[in-house]
Design a protein around this ligand. Structure first.
Ligand code: ATP
Ligand code: MG
Length: 409
């Protein structure tokens, strides 16, 4: 991608209402545009990052036999009245449809997926079943100030699993837990598994929390074994696993997994006939992961005073090719050639091809946007390329082949 053509360009200053690090850098870098509090447009750069995160999640969900679907964002209000959550879900967006009908903008999808599955699942032979989606969710959050960390419209992956027994569900729950740990490892985002109350009735209910001072949650982390407990459930200040001391930390909840109450299945008549011909209620679990919140959390954790430092797995491009002295034809040709060779090797390149912009500005933009490898070609370059990792201070001189090898492995 030629930077001269990329929409839009970086901003020198973040809007005054942008308080958090992720909000400031993502707006200034040209990743997102705020439409109103908690509501953002994903610009081309930001959309690339969001899709990289989504693709990692998708691969790990498919690896545990999840089937992807896309449910409706508009929900019939009647379904929410059946569960009672039309009246009790505090951040619900309610609309009026044709003929004064009640419509809900989906904040989560139990009210859609239960009746859907109940229509097609009859027998133990239809189970287990694992369905997930990656979709915009809507919640009328009271405070939506921390950029992508708390949106009123935000991207979530939600997986729902359906089983013939709680035991089977609990086994699958453990697989999802491992899949989540893999996802965050691939993104390179450190998380702690946290025992959560979540209004849940079961022991198996965990959050995945990113420890950072900018988080809104508080967790207690064992200094000894790294087990964490949510503020809402902590009773004593010692670890229940090993007796170690608990330390209070601020954190961001990026994921939450828990068994679903049988009342959903009862309400929507989700039952099956077992091998003995007996009718039984389906057991289920729900597994949420905040995709856009994860993007915000990555920026909170991986940034410095100059801008973002994207982990390679979710960076919008791998190489930021900075051409300097481009008014000299021979250099312009050299940079262009390098750009094409990198593309031919399958390297994702953002090429700063602007002629009327100073070296200082180009470097400042590269630091702000945060692509892992900055490659400079100028009249001072000899045979080798001047390479600097965004996460490191030193500059190295490498051949194109050496660069390609490093970037692609
Ligand atoms: P919170 O306690 O932060 O309000 P929650 O526990 O209500 O979140 P869940 O219903 O568990 O959220 O949703 C699953 C995941 O979706 C959360 O773990 C989080 O990563 C993400 N998420 C929830 N609310 C928001 C939001 N307003 N903006 C961005 N992501 C969100
Ligand atoms: Mg939660």
């Amino acid at each position: 991608m030629q930077y001269s053509k990329l929409f839009p360009k970086t901003l020198r200053q973040a809007p005054s209402r942008a308080e958090s690090t992720n909000h400031q850098f993502l707006v200034r870098g040209g990743f997102i545009h705020q439409e109103m509090a908690g509501v953002y447009t994903y610009l081309p750069l930001g959309w690339k990052v969001l899709n990289k995160i989504s693709d990692i999640i998708r691969e790990e969900m498919n690896a545990i036999d999840g089937q992807e679907l896309l449910m409706s964002a508009l929900h019939p209000g009647g379904n929410w009245k059946k569960t009672g959550r039309f009246y009790s879900f505090d951040v619900l967006f309610k609309l009026k449809g044709v003929g004064d009908s009640d419509i809900v903008l989906g904040p989560t999808h139990e009210e859609i997926i239960y009746p859907l599955v109940a229509e097609f699942v009859w027998s133990y032979k239809d189970l287990p079943l694992y369905l997930y989606q990656i979709q915009m969710k809507f919640r009328n959050e009271a405070r939506a100030k921390a950029g992508l960390l708390r949106g009123r419209e935000f991207l979530m992956k939600d997986l729902y699993s359906f089983h013939t027994s709680d035991n089977d569900r609990d086994e699958y729950y453990k697989k999802v837990r491992e899949a989540y740990l893999k996802i965050f490892k691939r993104i390179n985002l450190p998380v702690v598994k946290t025992k959560a109350s979540g209004g849940s009735f079961s022991d198996l209910s965990e959050e995945f929390q990113v420890l950072t001072p900018s988080g809104e949650d508080v967790v207690f982390v064992c200094e000894n074994c790294q087990t964490a407990i949510n503020r809402e459930v902590v009773e004593e200040k010692v670890c229940s696993e090993c007796g170690g001391q608990l330390k209070e930390e601020k954190s961001i909840e990026v994921g939450n997994i828990f068994p679903l109450k049988p009342s959903f299945a009862q309400t929507f008549g989700l039952s099956f006939t077992d091998a003995d011909g007996e009718k039984r209620i389906v057991s289920a679990g729900c597994y949420g992961l905040g995709v856009s919140r994860t993007m915000g959390a990555v920026v909170e954790v991986f940034s410095d005073a100059k801008g973002i430092i994207w982990p390679e797995a979710v960076a919008p491009f791998q190489v930021h090719l900075v051409g300097l002295d481009l008014e000299q034809k021979s250099i312009a040709n050299e940079v262009e050639k390098t750009y094409k060779l990198l593309l031919a090797e399958g390297v994702e390149v953002l090429f700063d091809d602007r002629v009327d912009v100073s070296a200082g500005e180009k470097f400042a933009d590269a630091d702000l946007i945060g692509i892992p490898y900055r490659v400079v070609i100028s009249k001072k370059s000899g045979e080798k390329l001047e390479i600097k990792k965004r996460s490191e201070k030193e500059t190295r001189f490498l051949t194109l082949d050496e660069l390609i090898k490093i970037v692609l492995t």
